[in-house]
Write a protein that binds this ligand. Structure first.
Ligand code: SDX
Length: 379
């Protein structure tokens, strides 16, 4: 029997799974993916190495990595039926809804089966999300049907920036690097709401696509992945650091949430924040960067810390970093999807390997039992 003493609103502090994928804030600090420190991965790895680590459970050899990059590249071509549907989605749609829809449609075109297994689908989705987004984007903004594969050796980050700009130019190395690092940082974070949701869905023994669709819908909200978009919208309101100081003080006194701050698990800072902040700063110091946007961001960070002792999470400086590499604000959370699909896949695979239906209980607060009133007697 359940005891109400076990009740924890929002499942805060409750352990609901065993997982070998990552450690978030053990002793309040740090982040490891399968034992590897995120700082080392961000400094030395590429996103494709991390994706491989997530999906196959170990880092690839040099040869495996080259092959994996080519595999992803070969999977970027959209099926015709998916292009048709993307062309019907209005330009006013939120890009997260485009990915959720695209994922669901792909589940009808390439359903999970013995010959199309969870590993293949994971790779297909990682490769296709950027294609879906940018095909829809160019079609709805300029009526262009784009070719969604670029060079076979292009990384996910380079491919994304090339398809975004479509000017035939090689994107600046610094931009490719920043997007690549951010994809590494976003890849996995144990039972974040979206990954938990993917596990809940998977625990009914449903198909792989259903797990990912659930996760995308969960990531979309501003308390989770939608925070990077919301943080940018916040920063855009301020013309300079003084403006930011005044604006944030007003928001705090109105008890408004400052998007991109706080975290359920970390108490003393998000270990991903200093990494993305450094890259955002570097962008701001290069030609084409936005030093004012970085200065505004830093002032927001200082004021929120001074007033509330709260720190930025990964989403906060991701906003200024993405903005400076020219990614439209509405695409910030979709980029998170491309990356986190690797973590979601790892959770789905792990859940299936040791499954138990996830089905908790609620504390009933409704009316006591009462007599049924026949329809004709109701007033
Ligand atoms: C991500 O879970 C993950 O790991 C997620 C993630 C990942 O990689 O998957 O790290 C990615 O989703 C990052 C989080 C993005 N969300 C935001 O930035 C939105 C703003 N942040 C908050 O709403 C909040 O901090 C959460 C949602 C992140 C955490 O919520 P909790 O754990 O439920 O904490 P809470 O809302 O109960 O906050 C505790 C107190 C409250 O005040 P009191 O009621 O106790 O007086 O702190 C206050 C909150 O109001 N607070 C904030 C705040 N965050 C918390 N006040 C102002 N601005 C904020 N951002």
């Amino acid at each position: 029997t359940m005891s109400t003493e076990q009740y924890s609103k929002g499942l805060a502090g409750v352990f609901v799974a065993e997982s070998a994928i990552c450690t978030v804030g053990v002793k309040g600090v740090g982040l490891n993916y399968r034992g590897y420190d995120i700082k080392e991965l961000a400094a030395q790895s590429t996103f494709e190495e991390v994706a491989y680590l997530m999906i196959y459970g170990r880092l690839p050899t040099e040869q495996e990595l080259v092959a994996y990059i080519r595999t992803l590249s070969s999977l970027r071509q959209l099926p015709g039926a998916l292009c048709d549907v993307l062309e019907r989605i209005p330009s006013s749609a939120h890009p997260m809804d485009v990915l959720r829809t695209g994922c669901s449609l792909l589940g009808t075109l390439e359903p999970e089966s013995k010959t199309n297994d969870q590993y293949q689908i994971a790779n297909r989705l990682i490769a296709l999300f950027g294609s879906m987004l940018l095909y829809w984007y160019h079609w709805t903004t300029s009526g262009k049907r784009i070719q969604t594969t670029t060079h076979q050796d292009d990384s996910t980050a380079r491919n994304f920036l090339k398809l975004l700009r479509l000017d035939g130019q090689e994107p600046p190395a610094l931009h490719v690097k920043v997007v690549d690092v951010s994809l590494i940082l976003y890849a996995e974070h144990d039972l974040a709401a979206s990954s938990f949701c993917a596990r809940v869905t998977t625990s009914t023994l449903t198909d792989f696509y259903s797990g990912i669709c659930s996760a995308i819908g969960t990531l979309r909200g501003p308390l989770h992945g939608g925070a990077n978009e919301a943080a940018m919208k916040l920063l855009e309101q301020f013309n300079n650091p003084q403006d930011a100081e005044t604006g944030i003080m007003k928001m705090l006194s109105n008890k408004e949430l400052i998007m991109g701050f706080g975290h359920r698990v970390y108490r003393n800072g998000d270990p991903r924040n200093p990494i993305i902040k450094e890259w955002s700063k570097k962008l701001s110091q290069e030609e084409g960067g936005d030093p004012n946007l970085f200065a505004v961001s830093e002032r927001v960070e200082q004021v929120v810390f001074r007033e509330k002792k709260m720190f930025p999470n990964l989403d906060f400086y991701s906003a200024s970093a993405y903005n400076q590499v020219g990614i439209p604000t509405l695409f910030f959370t979709p980029v998170f999807v491309i990356s986190r699909t690797t973590g979601w896949a790892a959770h789905i695979i792990e859940q299936r390997a040791n499954n138990k239906l996830i089905r908790p209980s609620a504390i009933y607060t409704g009316p006591d039992s009462r007599p049924y009133i026949p329809l004709k007697d109701r007033k």
